[in-house]
Design a binder for this molecule. Structure first.
Ligand code: UD1
Length: 448
């Protein structure tokens, strides 16, 4: 019952268990690592499942904190979320009794805002909290809100919440974005699937996760297609059906492990890796002189010549797909500390995504942060073990990479940030020969 739930504007965040990664670096990683399903695809598919009352089944879902938070958020709405076996989730949204996405969910995970489009278009109303998420810049949601208004919704903002209503159905129309937004594109597309009429979204994000979401929506019976590289068209349907989908592999996790192999001077094979989706990173490898061999779903990385100072400096710039992913900028910076010469970094997507480089400097790197979007990396600098603090998910994974490449022991604080997006990262690294443990802060006992 709706009135059984507390309706609160504020909340006190639960205390997270403080854990650290303890890493003894300097071991070249060797072996095979399986790549998990994509976080950024799985989260959107869970939201898409609320477009129908029928059951949806997802396999290859990564076992990560963000997925757990999304599952909990859906359960709080009255959605049935089953987890019959590892990496498999089933979602049935027949009875959604509570059209309210609270601050608890939003503060933990920005991607909770992806529920705006599907809940609004199916139920005609939703109250949703302004999201928090990673501490990497302002991360506004104005494009999402404007897209819903263009589709005919009325949205008011009060006390940190968006009150969205759409009496009757949303109306298909042209949704024009001033620049590319991944979740903005996805929210508009999800809303349009049940709208009345034809929607054209432009410029639409071209990330592979968006296309995987399109593939799932098509299985649900949605009339949606990418008609030009930067255009998605949707013809709204009255109802959608349940469907099964195998989530595509995570190109960001794959990139993280590829860089780990290279920067430790090891030899790593990624299995189940999305070679086709990693062209921009593999180009950086080619320019740096790192050997990478791609087969259909395997990538072999050979970084053994790092020890001879064999990597070349490379200038990098992040951009929307098919450009270099902003999520791979932090690990790529670690790699460039081991390249000979001066590399420049242009982080074009987010402001404040370079701040973590001060932590990298504590481990011996020589990086100048020139402004919010530009940094200069002076290589090659040997890295040494240190204490460092994780501020967000991707910076966290990157500090692990730096510690793996460093001589001596590192303690990386704030492990929970990494659990948000990487399935069992310490086990995967340990299987490649890394000396890594996740410990409770201030103890020496390994956590499970
Ligand atoms: C998604 C990914 C994230 C990745 C990012 C860019 C998920 C859950 N997250 O985030 O991992 O780093 O794409 O590839 O899929 N912006 C606005 N107003 C908005 C929305 C975005 O100004 O309403 C700005 C952002 O601040 C940023 C830029 O647009 O500068 C691009 O962000 P966007 O593509 O929307 O990122 P997300 O979809 O949030």
């Amino acid at each position: 019952m709706a009135d059984a739930k507390p309706f609160h504007w504020e909340f006190t965040p639960e205390a997270v268990t403080r854990e650290v990664f303890r890493i003894e670096g300097g071991v070249p990683l060797r072996g095979e690592v399986p790549i998990s399903g994509s976080k950024n695809a799985a989260l959107k598919m869970f939201a898409a499942a609320t477009l129908t009352g029928e059951r949806c089944r997802f396999s290859n879902v990564p076992e990560i904190e963000d997925v757990r938070v999304m599952a909990e958020t859906l359960r709080d709405l009255g959605v049935v979320v089953d987890h019959p076996e590892p990496n498999v989730y089933e979602i049935a949204s027949g009875d959604v009794e509570w059209l309210f996405v609270p601050l608890e969910a939003a503060a933990k995970m920005r991607a909770s805002f992806i529920l705006l489009g599907p809940l609004l278009t199916r139920f005609g109303r939703v109250i949703i909290s302004n999201p928090g998420g990673d501490r990497i810049g302002r991360r506004p949601v104005d494009l999402h809100v404007e897209a819903m208004r263009t589709l005919g919704a009325t949205i008011e903002y009060r006390n940190g919440y968006y009150f969205a209503t759409a009496p009757g159905r949303l109306r298909g129309t042209e949704v024009r974005f001033p620049f590319v937004s991944v979740m903005g594109t996805e929210n508009a597309m999800l809303a349009a699937t049940l709208a009345d009429g034809h929607t054209v979204i432009r410029p639409a994000a071209q990330e592979p996760e968006v296309d995987d979401l399109i593939a799932f929506l098509q299985k649900m019976g949605a009339d949606v297609a990418r008609t030009f590289p930067d255009t998605i068209e949707v013809r709204g349907k009255r109802r959608l059906r349940g469907a099964d989908h195998d989530v595509l592999p995570d190109r960001i996790e794959a990139g993280t492990f590829a860089i780990a192999g290279a920067v430790t001077g090891g030899q790593v094979t990624l299995t189940g890796a999305p070679c086709d989706h990693m062209t921009a990173l593999l180009e950086v490898f080619a320019r740096a002189g790192i050997e990478a061999e791609c087969e259909a779903d395997r990538i072999m990385i050979d970084g053994r010549h790092v020890a001879d100072g064999g990597f070349r400096a490379v200038d990098i710039q992040t951009s929307p797909y098919p450009g270099l992913a902003t999520d791979l900028q932090p690990p790529t910076c670690v790699l460039l500390t081991q390249a000979k010469g001066v590399s420049t970094v242009n982080e074009a997507i987010f402001e404040d995504r370079l701040e973590w480089l001060t932590e990298l400097n504590r481990m011996g790197a020589r990086v100048d942060i020139n402004d919010n979007h530009h940094a200069t990396i002076h290589g090659r600098t040997p890295l040494h073990g240190a204490d460092a603090e994780i501020g967000d998910l991707r910076a966290g994974a990157s500090l692990i990479l730096a510690a793996l490449a460093a001589d001596g022991e590192s303690t990386i604080h704030g492990a929970h940030h990494v659990q948000r997006g990487y399935e069992n990262i310490e086990r995967k690294f340990a299987d490649l020969g890394a000396r890594i443990a996740r410990l409770e802060e201030g103890t020496d006992s390994t956590s499970s």
